[in-house]
Design a protein around this ligand. Structure first.
Ligand code: FMN
Length: 368
């Protein structure tokens, strides 16, 4: 049988073998606090590639040290990190999946404790730092950030470009700009966190300027062949004071002109909000951006079932689906989805052939 979910999708020079992709998942596991990925990251990301995912997106990876959500985040600002990432990208590509990386700057939501180490902002005496943002408005419960000046904003743009270059050098085949979940680029987009009166604030054009400049520079680095995704939060869920779906559709069109190939559509994260969470609750946002901006779009959020994912792609609500927690529960989610949709795939790991999903209990190899 065939399924829309298992139809390859071409993006510039890259063809992804299916449309069930691993969403970026922060692991907060660089114990040395040096941004260098380690065995945990290799096994975590590698297992999804072995498990049949089409594209495996590495977690929000900071473009500069002060852009880390926590001191334990991965980074892509130095050569040691590039070297370490190569081992991860080699393995993912060796399994036939596409290694992708989410380039990130946390802005005012940086320098925080990971869940199992503390709460709120990490103080300087414990290795924390002063955060930056469009305006000196704190995320509730965190220390206030310092507003970036013109020079600081130019440095952010160049940091994304340099990180993109390093990411390609590290073997990533797809780049994603993280402009969602209340992090720096989203902070510029939303009027709830950006009250600037210069060319970086006020009108939609001004609030979107930084994201567009970053995207243009990342496209320059990526050349013609490498796909660039942008993850957006399509709404702050605090209309009319916050960022809205209508604005997202408009900016998605501008992003397309700036060189983005795919809008990875999430929501929320700028402020605490009441969100009607349920299966596929962000799919309508992806659909609105896909039809409104005419750009390849992905859906994410409580998509944890093969048939649900198939329906989203087959009905044209999105071109591909990202899943996060279901892959963490079962790294072989994609292989299982192929089985449940009765699709023949040629990338079942040969080492695992003796463990098909429909194996009869009596199946044994006497000589082992
Ligand atoms: C442990 C964890 C870490 C996450 N890290 C990131 C991240 O690095 N970047 C990002 O854009 N989203 C991150 N997210 C959000 C997921 O990528 C995804 O959008 C969200 O979990 C909804 O999808 P799901 O219901 O399939 O898990 C994270 C979610 C979880 C649970």
């Amino acid at each position: 049988m065939s399924a829309a979910l298992f139809t390859p999708i071409p993006l510039r020079d890259v063809t992804v073998r299916n449309r069930l992709w691993v969403s970026p998942l922060c692991q907060y596991s660089c114990e040395e606090r040096d941004g260098v990925p380690n065995d945990w990251h290799l096994v975590h990301l590698g297992s999804f590639a072995r498990g049949g995912a089409g594209l495996v997106m590495a977690e929000a990876t900071a473009v500069v040290p002060e852009g880390r959500i926590s001191p334990w985040d991965t980074g892509i600002w130095d050569d040691a990190q590039v070297q370490a990432w190569r081992r991860v990208t080699d393995f993912i590509a060796g399994q036939g999946a596409v290694p992708a990386i989410q380039l990130a700057h946390a802005g005012r939501k940086a320098s925080t404790y990971r869940e199992w180490s503390g709460r709120g902002t990490v103080p300087a005496e414990d290795g924390g730092w002063t955060t930056v943002a469009p305006s000196p408005i704190a995320f509730p419960g965190y220390e206030p950030p310092v507003a970036l000046d013109e020079g600081g904003i130019a440095d952010v743009v160049e940091a994304f470009a340099a990180a993109a270059r390093r990411a390609l050098d590290a073997g990533f085949a797809v780049l994603e700009v993280h402009a969602a979940h209340g992090y720096l680029l989203h902070q510029f987009l939303s009027p709830a966190s950006n009250v600037r009166t210069d060319r970086w604030g006020g009108s939609l054009e001004n609030r979107a300027r930084l994201l567009l400049e970053v995207t243009r520079r990342v496209r320059e680095v990526a050349g013609d062949g490498v796909p660039v995704l942008v993850r957006v939060s399509a709404t702050d869920w605090i209309e009319p004071a916050g960022w809205t779906l209508d604005e997202s559709v408009t900016v998605a069109g501008w992003l397309s002109e700036a060189g983005a190939d795919v809008i990875d559509t999430s929501t929320g994260g700028l402020l605490l909000a009441s969100i009607p969470v349920g299966p596929g609750y962000q799919v309508p946002h992806a659909e609105a951006i896909r039809s409104g901006a005419g750009i390849v779009t992905t859906a994410v959020g409580l998509i944890a079932d093969a048939r649900q994912a198939e329906e989203i792609v087959a009905s044209g609500q999105a071109d591909a689906v990202f899943a996060g927690r279901e892959f963490m529960r079962d790294p072989h989610f994609a292989l299982r989805a192929a089985h449940e949709l009765d699709v023949d795939i040629d990338y079942w790991p040969v080492q695992y052939r003796r463990a098909p999903f429909d194996a009869r209990p009596s199946l044994t190899h006497a000589e082992d």
